[in-house]
Design a protein around this ligand. Structure first.
Ligand SMILES: CC(C)(COP(=O)(O)OP(=O)(O)OC[C@H]1O[C@@H](n2cnc3c(N)ncnc32)[C@H](O)[C@@H]1OP(=O)(O)O)[C@@H](O)C(=O)NCCC(=O)NCCS
Length: 174
């Protein structure tokens, strides 16, 4: 089952009446860390690619062609977006997606939390949410590629580096 096969819009079309049709899983917030912020996860909220690009810019990621980002998202098995609700329009503050063979394996990509919300437990909740969704579809082999500075973040979530000596191998065009 693919959770996100929806249109990704160039303009943000979210409004209150539309958003009621989207699934929203609200995060339990620690008031000391978040103040009055309201945050939810969604697997089907429409994502403005420009807003996603801004989120990726905020953590210093290299820009990628938007048409390819759109294609990657449309062909992902699971896409989870994280939103802060301040007014009528929620703001995208986090994102992650997974590709999968829909039976045995899934690989998680593009895990990002806006710097304003980092170190508050949102990334950990996002990863747990991803794992729960994948496990609920009986996918048991979940992999990812960790940048060196975030290996510990994933290790704390139960990910194992080189299990049984297995090495990730990459092929690049010359
Ligand atoms: C990596 C990232 C997703 C973590 O999200 P976050 O919301 O800041 O993390 P959390 O606050 O949920 O942290 C959860 C736990 O991991 C730890 N942690 C978070 N980032 C860490 C890091 N870079 N190195 C080591 N530990 C880290 C926290 O201390 C916390 O530990 P605790 O459970 O013992 O309290 C976020 O910092 C980010 O978007 N970074 C930039 C993009 C990036 O590097 N993405 C990963 C690409 S592979």
């Amino acid at each position: 089952m693919v959770w996100l096969q929806k249109l990704f819009t160039r303009t943000n079309t979210i409004n209150n009446s539309q958003s009621q049709t989207y699934q929203r899983d609200w995060i339990q917030l620690n008031q000391d860390r978040f103040g009055s912020a309201k945050i939810f996860f969604s697997t089907d909220q429409e994502i403005d690619l420009y807003e996603l690009e801004e989120l990726c810019d905020s953590v210093g990621w290299a820009r990628r062609p938007l048409r390819k980002v759109r294609k990657a998202i449309e062909n992902s098995y699971l896409v989870v977006s994280v939103w802060e609700v301040k007014g009528a329009k929620p703001d995208l503050i986090g994102f992650a997606r997974a590709t999968s063979d829909c039976a045995f394996n899934a690989t998680i990509w593009d895990v990002v939390i806006h710097p304003r919300f980092q170190s508050k437990g949102v990334g950990k909740s996002l990863m747990k949410y991803m794992i729960k969704k994948l496990r609920s579809n009986d996918i048991s082999n979940i992999t990812l590629f960790a940048d060196p500075q975030v290996v510990e973040f994933y290790r704390r979530l139960g990910f194992v580096l080189d299990p049984e000596g297995i090495k990730g191998m990459f092929w690049y065009p010359e």
